[in-house]
Design a binder for this molecule. Structure first.
Ligand SMILES: N[C@@H](CCC[C@H](N)C(=O)O)C(=O)O
Length: 276
């Protein structure tokens, strides 16, 4: 089966994006893994599949697969690339797009300066829904990792995130500690692990070890989760610029019960065709 795709990225978090509205596509976790290989495949952090919606109030359904083949609930940088993709491929001319995701929906707005704003929904803080093993909801939890206790926040943006505060993100043990926390037994569906350095109430630096991928150059849901965690601890303003290794995202969150808004760019690198 010959399939047309676009290679895209959001601040260096890169994607293979496939239109499954106009073409027939069948994917298995093994196929995704093979395509994700940076030496022998296309190479990407996530594969995004654009499908027709199952609900009449939605424009599209969009599915996300990590490089390890696992299907996940949400992807912030992917959502912006998705919005750009459906307009470039003329699958829609709308500037505000409603999209169905594995755990709900999202609203994507194409802004004038080619930036895209995504309403990422209301963050989930109840441990059982994240999912995270804890007796009750708290702003900070103590997490035991290989004999050391870390203060962490647990937030779901549809997908699970664990956020740690660090003094210097450049020196943070992102790969070593990220890998261990990703599979910590208190996160039964594994977890994305963010390391946040607060520069001022409206600016942070963040590195994320992503579930099913490893450290990426940017993580949109990770940026949202970090700002939620910082705001819950009373350390951040309503709107925060998040500096990731690949560039900056603007994140706004008014507080409990309110949705998180994420604004940033989406870039198309090339279009290609591949036999699956
Ligand atoms: N890069 C993403 C998040 C992708 C999914 C994540 N690795 C997970 O397993 O939940 C983003 O920009 O949000």
């Amino acid at each position: 089966m010959l399939v047309r795709f676009s290679k895209m990225h959001g601040l260096g978090n890169d994607f293979m994006v496939i239109d499954a509205v106009a073409q027939r596509v069948r994917l298995t976790p093994e196929t995704v893994k093979r395509l994700a290989d940076r030496h022998t495949g296309v190479g990407f952090d996530q594969l995004l599949l654009v499908e027709p919606p199952s609900r009449p109030d939605m424009d599209f359904r969009y599915r996300i697969f990590n490089a390890d083949g696992s299907e996940v609930e949400h992807c912030g940088n992917g959502a912006r690339c998705f919005a750009r993709f459906v307009r470039e491929r003329r699958l829609t001319v709308k500037q505000e797009i409603q999209v169905e995701t594995a755990k709900g929906s999202a609203v994507l707005k194409v802004l004038q300066d080619r930036q895209i704003q995504v309403d990422m929904g209301v963050p989930i803080l109840q441990p059982v829904e994240i999912p995270f093993a804890a007796e009750r909801q708290a702003e900070v939890y103590s997490l035991e990792v290989e004999g050391t206790s870390y203060d962490v926040s647990a937030v779901s943006m549809g997908n699970p995130h664990c956020v740690l505060l660090v003094d210097d993100v450049a020196q943070a043990p992102v790969k070593q500690l990220g890998r261990v926390i990703e599979c910590h037994p208190r996160f039964p569906q594994r977890v994305n692990v963010g390391f946040m350095q607060i520069l001022s109430p409206d600016r942070v630096k963040l590195r994320v070890f992503e579930r099913g991928v490893g450290e990426t150059r940017a993580c949109g849901t990770g940026a949202c989760a970090a700002v939620v965690a910082g705001r819950l601890r009373g350390l951040l303003d309503e709107t925060v610029c998040v500096e990731l290794p690949g560039g900056e995202l603007q994140i706004s969150w008014k507080g409990q019960g309110q949705p998180v808004l994420m604004t940033g760019p989406a870039t198309t690198v090339y279009e290609g065709q591949i036999y699956l």
